[in-house]
Design a protein around this ligand. Sequence first.
Ligand SMILES: [Cu+2]
Length: 142
Amino acid sequence: MWLASLVLVAAAGATPPPMSNHTEISNPWFRALPARLPAGGYLELHNTGRWLSTLTGADSPHCGMLMLHKSEQKSGMDTMSDMASLDIPAGETVKFAPGGYHLMCTDPGPTMKPGNTVPVRLHFSDGSARIVAFSVKNARGQ
Ligand SMILES: [Cu+2]
């Protein structure tokens, strides 16, 4: 019995826990725009573990598509590109914010209205996932 527990503890030390378990999410929100324009999704991801966490995508029943995007300025132009994945190193925090990393919700459903809350499932590279409730705010982030 004692030996069996010891083996279990050793195994737990060697195998990283699911990424979704050591990635804390704070301040998740969508910026809803009029006329069903795409809504930007913002949040902070904090990796509380000793292992890398890699976000690979997101989906929501309230969005046609939900993509990982990065906005940046290139030679004075605003550009936006797809990201296949985003690493959150052990112990670090990655912020999604207007003008930078964002989730892009195309063809948002009628529930994407300020005051509502919509669920989003975040996917990690080890196959784990986490469902997060996003607050919907208006264009001014209120
Ligand atoms: Cu975008």
